[in-house]
Design a protein around this ligand. Structure first.
Ligand SMILES: NC(=O)C1=CN([C@@H]2O[C@H](COP(=O)(O)OP(=O)(O)OC[C@H]3O[C@@H](n4cnc5c(N)ncnc54)[C@H](OP(=O)(O)O)[C@@H]3O)[C@@H](O)[C@H]2O)C=CC1
Ligand SMILES: CC(=O)[C@@H](O)[C@H](O)COP(=O)(O)O
Ligand SMILES: [Mn+2]
Length: 379
């Protein structure tokens, strides 16, 4: 029986993780769950899974739901609660699935306690990749990818040597506006941005996919997860999201991972690794799909991807600032304060005012994150 904790249990990844638990009740027990504001779903989850520890976004929400929490479940709130759920139970596997760099403290706490991490929260690696991977190495902790592209690469690397890898290619759907020109992007709405062509995901990630920031975050995530230099990481437009990513080896062989766009497949793989369990997910029929399409990335059309590569190569606090500026810009777009194209303007402007610091410790990273947030909010 694997004991798990889910950080971000009410979100897209969190609910699908709990679906996997429901499909394999004899394999998993939920020791902890943490969420933000969705108290109705959170209370349902607490009553269904009876974790030892549960945490909600803030004290006010905790007081509101306390009478609905069954005996035997300890209720926490806020950042302290996230850390309690991530690190303070008997769970041996923690699924890190909140959104944004808020995922950093609980992920570091779980690693410190030696827990295996299923890492969906890419912002954690982009914000402090060297700290997260350094601590994981020191503690002998596995960071198992959940992001579909990284799970694909991880699967393609099984039994292979990294020395034989010529390059890896992350596929990109192109997002909600892939058929639009930059001129047409001036007038797009929030509602349109939230319609991803292939995946059902949280709002922030869906917007990131439309700006191609998501692929930029994923390039940096791949650098940290697989220890590859940026010139070995490639991106290819693939509108169907069937080939989730692939690895090219030095003998000319290419190994790809394919599947229907269903996150329960990579989530379950991380939860059961190195075993594979049965899954109810829809099977891929290539005959039904018929054709797959591919196109070189256009870095003029998607400047945020170019910026992400640049920040990744600079390293240090550059990626921290890239991520934090984006988080604030996306939140502002979702509040309808700024038009879509200003997301990239804000990221670019904040980066242009930042002097990156190398080999930054956690305090320096957090200061850079806060500075970028304040700057992005003020523009
Ligand atoms: N969705 C997907 O298919 C994929 C997601 N990812 C990554 O996984 C992460 C989660 O994405 P996704 O599930 O789509 O996001 P969602 O917005 O759907 O869910 C986010 C979850 O985090 C919780 N949360 C957010 N902020 C806080 C906070 N400060 N404290 C406590 N809980 C918080 C939310 O709680 P509540 O809703 O209750 O407020 C919710 O449970 C992101 O980093 C994303 O990039 C990666 C690959 C695929
Ligand atoms: C499902 C998943 O992994 C998302 O991160 C996905 O990558 C979004 O798709 P695109 O960024 O390719 O549009
Ligand atoms: Mn992805």
């Amino acid at each position: 029986m694997r004991k798990i904790a889910v950080i971000g249990s009410t979100g897209s990844i969190g609910t699908q993780t709990l679906d996997v638990v429901r499909q394999h009740p004899d394999q998993f027990v939920v020791e902890g769950i943490a969420a933000g504001t969705n108290i109705d779903l959170f209370v349902q989850q607490v009553n269904a899974f009876r974790p030892k520890k549960a945490s909600i976004g803030n004290k006010q929400l905790a007081d509101q739901i306390a009478p609905l929490i069954p005996a035997g479940v300890e209720l926490f709130y806020g950042e302290h609660g996230l850390v309690e759920v991530a690190a303070g139970t008997d769970a041996d596997f923690v699924l890190s699935a909140i959104v944004g760099s808020a995922g950093l403290p609980p992920t570091l706490a779980a690693i410190t306690e030696g827990k295996t991490i299923g890492i969906a929260n890419k912002e954690t690696l982009v914000t402090a990749g060297h700290i997260v991977t350094g601590l994981a190495k020191q503690k002998g902790v596995a960071l198992l990818p959940v992001d579909s592209e990284h799970s694909a690469i991880f699967q393609c690397l099984q039994g292979e040597s990294l020395d034989d890898v010529e390059q890896i290619t992350l596929t990109a759907s192109g997002g909600s506006f892939r058929h639009l020109t930059r001129e047409q992007l001036k007038d797009v709405t929030l509602e349109d941005a939230l319609k991803h062509p292939n995946w059902s995901m949280g709002a922030k990630l869906t917007i990131d996919s439309a700006t191609m920031v998501n692929k930029g975050l994923e390039v940096i995530e791949a650098h940290w997860l697989f220890g590859l230099p940026y010139d070995k990481i490639n991106v290819l437009l693939h509108p169907e999201s069937i080939i989730h990513s692939f690895v090219e080896y030095r003998d000319g062989s290419v190994i790809a991972q394919l599947g229907t766009p269903d996150m329960r497949i990579p989530i379950q793989y991380a939860m059961t690794y190195p075993a594979r369990f049965p899954s109810a997910s829809k099977r891929l029929s290539l005959a039904e799909v018929g054709k797959l399409h591919f196109k070189e990335m256009d870095y003029e059309r998607f400047p945020c991807l170019r910026l992400a590569f640049e920040c990744g190569k600079i390293g240090g606090t550059a990626t921290t600032v890239f991520n934090a500026a984006n988080e604030v810009a996306v939140a502002r777009f979702m509040k309808r304060e700024i038009p879509f194209l200003q997301i990239e303007t804000i990221i670019e402007t904040v980066l242009s005012r930042h002097i990156p610091q190398q080999e930054a410790d956690l305090e320096t990273i957090q200061a850079a994150d806060q500075w970028a947030r304040a700057m992005a909010a003020s523009l």
